[in-house]
Every structure is written in structure tokens, then in C-alpha cells.
Design a protein around this ligand. Structure first.
Ligand SMILES: [Zn+2]
Ligand SMILES: [Zn+2]
Length: 271
């Protein structure tokens, strides 16, 4: 009997250092495998939700258009910098029932949209070329059809995805691009008397933005290589043939020609 007890010895408790090390290494290896695929899945989910939002916002715009003799809502001049005077403020609540649709899940600024009375902006902007040039006469989509509506930009993810200081104000994220939901053709925005350069371009969807065109085509536009470029350098890359900003108007503009997307296609009718 005593020999048996000796054979078994005292019961060992806990792990040895070696066992602990093996477990730690295994967990680390598992995390290294799982984390990238998990973050990839999250990015894909954000992309899907954003595209869904754009589709819904586009559809609400179409219903508004039917009710308004072809006009889509546009932001009112300087007053358009306030949310109620913005194009999306005019859609809510009658045409756009859920303000959450204005929030891109990949937008790091995450505009507070759960209570529209205190809404601070939109993750999406409407082409400023369509909205306001000149006097918004392009915003009647029944009368001003571009040559290729499927390739003509209407709504897209808008930045900046960071905090900017306006002249004479404290740094704040809600610059005019977001409160008025505008996509200017170039990288600057004339805010009151002082010209402040506020690039709106973002690349928050893995180096791209999501867009919907006038014809309702959902499109991913790579923007990473445009980030930080000067106006003249991206202007130079535009395909001149069907872009009136290049051929007729000669205005500097962001070019999305590499994704087959333009601010306008064909000639621009005079008001
Ligand atoms: Zn988005
Ligand atoms: Zn162009």
C-alpha cells in the first residue's frame, strides 16, 4: 500500500512555466489569424451599410423630385450651412423617415443623428455642381439631363474625417461640407469672408468613397491617391472628352474619371 502511494506521489497543481508559455503562444497565434479577418469583415459590413444608406437616400430624393416637378432639394446659399436649410434637412421627415440613413458607419466623426432636432451634419454630400451652379438650374433633373446619368456624380461620402479649425473659431468637426451636405468640385470652400481651404475628400472605405450617380448607379470610387494632391494635379488627370468642367468651363476640380464618374457629362445647358 505504501509503495502505491509513493508511485503516485503528491498531486501536482497549476501549470508549469512551459505549459503557460505554450498556451500564451497559441492564443497569440489565434489572435493574429482572427483579428485581420475580423476587421476585414467589419469593413465589409460598413461598406454594405453605407451603400444601403445611399440607395435609400437616393430613393427619397426621387420621391421628392416626383412631388416637385423635377426639382431635387438643394441647400440654400450661405443659409444652407444650417442643417434645416440643407438638402437633407428638406427631405426629413416627410421623404427621409430615418435620419440614421445619413450616417455612414465608417465615418469617424459619427454625426449625431438620432435626434434630428440636434443633428450636426451628414456623412453624405450632394454634388455642388448639380446644387448650385449657376442658381441651381441643374437641379431640375427632368429638364437638365446629362448625357450619361449613370456616370454623373450625385451623392457621395463627404469628409473631412477630422477636426478643422475655421478662422477665428475653435476647432470643430462640423464644417460646412457636413452641415450643408455639399461636395464642392474643388478642395476649397469659401466660408464667409475668409477663404478657408477645407478638403472634403475622404478615403474612409479602405481607400475609397461610396457614391450614387444621377441614374441611381451605386459606385465605389478609389480616392486614396487623390488625398493630399493639389487641385492642379488631379485636374490634369481628368479625361477631357466628355467633362464640361475641363472642356467648356475650365474650372479646377477633383477628377473621378479613373472610376468612370464625372461631375457632369455632355454640354452644360445655359440657364
Ligand atoms: Zn460611407
Ligand atoms: Zn474634368
Amino acid at each position: 500500500m505504501s509503495a502505491l502511494v509513493k508511485t503516485w506521489g503528491p498531486r501536482r497543481s497549476g501549470f508549469t512555466l512551459l505549459e503557460l508559455l505554450v498556451v500564451v503562444v497559441l492564443i497569440t497565434v489565434l489572435l493574429c489569424i482572427l483579428v485581420p479577418s475580423l476587421s476585414r469583415a467589419i469593413r465589409q459590413a460598413e461598406d454594405t451599410v453605407c451603400m444601403h444608406n445611399l440607395k435609400e437616400v437616393y430613393q427619397s430624393l426621387q420621391v421628392y423630385r416626383l412631388d416637385h416637378d423635377g426639382w431635387i432639394p438643394i441647400s440654400d446659399g450661405q443659409a444652407g450651412h444650417a442643417v434645416p436649410n440643407s438638402w437633407f434637412g428638406k427631405l426629413y421627415p416627410h421623404y427621409l423617415h430615418d435620419p440614421e440613413l445619413l450616417r455612414c458607419p465608417a465615418d469617424p466623426m459619427q454625426p449625431g443623428l438620432t435626434d434630428f432636432a440636434h443633428v450636426s451634419g451628414s456623412s453624405y454630400g450632394l454634388s455642388d455642381f448639380v446644387q448650385s451652379s449657376p442658381q441651381g438650374f441643374l437641379a431640375n433633373l427632368d429638364r437638365r439631363q446629362p448625357r450619361r446619368p449613370m456616370d454623373t456624380l450625385l451623392i457621395a461620402d463627404v469628409g473631412p474625417d477630422g477636426t478643422y479649425a475655421m478662422a477665428g473659431t475653435n476647432p470643430g468637426p462640423w464644417v460646412a461640407h457636413r452641415t450643408s451636405g455639399r461636395l464642392p468640385c474643388d478642395d476649397s470652400f469659401n466660408e464667409g469672408s475668409s477663404e478657408v481651404v477645407l478638403p472634403w475628400l475622404t478615403s474612409r472605405h479602405s481607400g475609397a468613397i461610396n457614391t450614387v450617380t444621377l441614374g441611381g448607379s451605386l459606385r465605389r470610387v478609389p480616392t486614396l491617391e487623390l488625398m493630399g494632391c493639389t487641385v492642379s494635379s488631379y485636374y490634369a488627370t481628368c479625361a477631357a472628352g466628355d467633362c464640361p468642367l475641363c472642356t467648356d468651363l475650365h474650372v479646377p476640380h477633383y477628377s473621378f474619371a479613373h472610376a468612370g464618374t464625372f461631375w457632369w457629362t455632355g454640354p452644360v445647358p445655359q440657364p
